[in-house]
Design a protein around this ligand. Structure first.
Ligand code: OOG
Ligand code: MG
Length: 265
């Protein structure tokens, strides 16, 4: 059994891996810990970042599509924390050497207009009313584990591989749209080549279902609720792709616009 002290040590090992840009062996090879304890490690890690001056911007859901679950061999949706400091501007350049083995994902992002608690009606219809804006996002993930391989507790402890994220510059209102998000097409382009296609429906049947899952898990593992203005990434629509210096990556979702990032050395 792991002690409280072990959980803090694990968060420090993960933070050092991130700072030193150096992959580490999976923590589950050294410590036996469960999902609840993994979320405690994640919380210690985030507390440390907040102490250093970073600010909470929202949350990310991960492993919410069959495409991602299959690629990572982990089949439970998980959540992580987004900081304001890791939000890149649309069109920005990402320095590859700051990361271990970055991959890019195409996602739907929500900006909340209202708070959301587990007592609220969490059906997609009710949740849609609590969304201020919806846009397309790219997430840059970077597992701190060797070979980008992990078990469920490992990836939760590692803040679900969060590194950077970019939001599109077009903010759509779901209720202004005639068509349903579920019928929109999504495309990921790398260097002008269509790398993958999908639809927001890949994400647990509806990205708003991923939001509902976040509300429940956040309450269960953190005792927290969502607040207006927070950003929520709902999880990769397709599998993730390795990024290389020189790449120009563009995500497009019908009616939500596009988002772009350049990768430098
Ligand atoms: C875990 C994070 C997954 C997503 O969108 O599915 C994730 C990983 O695959 O490294 O962010
Ligand atoms: Mg993601």
């Amino acid at each position: 059994m792991v002690t409280e002290h072990d959980l803090v040590t694990m968060s420090q090992i993960l933070l050092a891996a991130e700072t030193n840009v150096e992959a580490i062996p999976r923590l589950t090879e050294r410590y036996a810990f469960d999902i609840e304890q993994a979320y405690r490690v994640q919380a210690f890690l985030i507390d440390e970042k907040i102490k250093k001056g970073m600010r909470l911007a929202g949350y990310k859901m991960g492993l919410t599509s069959p495409q991602k679950m299959k690629q990572m061999q982990v089949s439970s949706p998980v959540f992580g924390v987004l900081t304001a400091e890791t939000l890149l501007e649309d069109g920005a350049s990402l320095k590859k050497k700051k990361l271990i083995h970055p991959r890019v994902e195409l996602e739907v992002a929500f900006v909340l207009g209202d708070s959301i608690t587990p007592e609220d009606d969490l059906t997609p219809e009710a949740l849609a009313k609590k969304i201020a804006y919806t846009t397309v996002a790219l997430e840059i993930i970077d597992s701190r584990y060797q070979d980008f391989r992990f078990t469920l507790p490992d990836v939760i402890a590692d803040n679900t591989s969060a590194a950077y994220y970019v939001l599109g510059s077009h903010f759509a209102r779901l209720d202004d749209m005639k068509a349903s998000l579920l019928h929109f097409g999504a495309q990921l382009w790398i260097n002008g080549t269509l790398q993958a296609v999908g639809t927001p429906a890949n994400v647990l049947g509806h990205p708003l279902t991923a939001l509902a899952s976040l509300v429940r898990q956040l309450h269960q593992y953190r005792g927290e609720t969502l607040k207006p203005g927070q950003i929520v990434l709902t999880g990769g629509i397709t599998e993730a792709f390795a990024v290389e210096a020189g790449d120009v990556i563009e995500g497009v979702i019908d009616h939500l616009g596009s988002v772009r990032i350049k990768v430098s050395e």
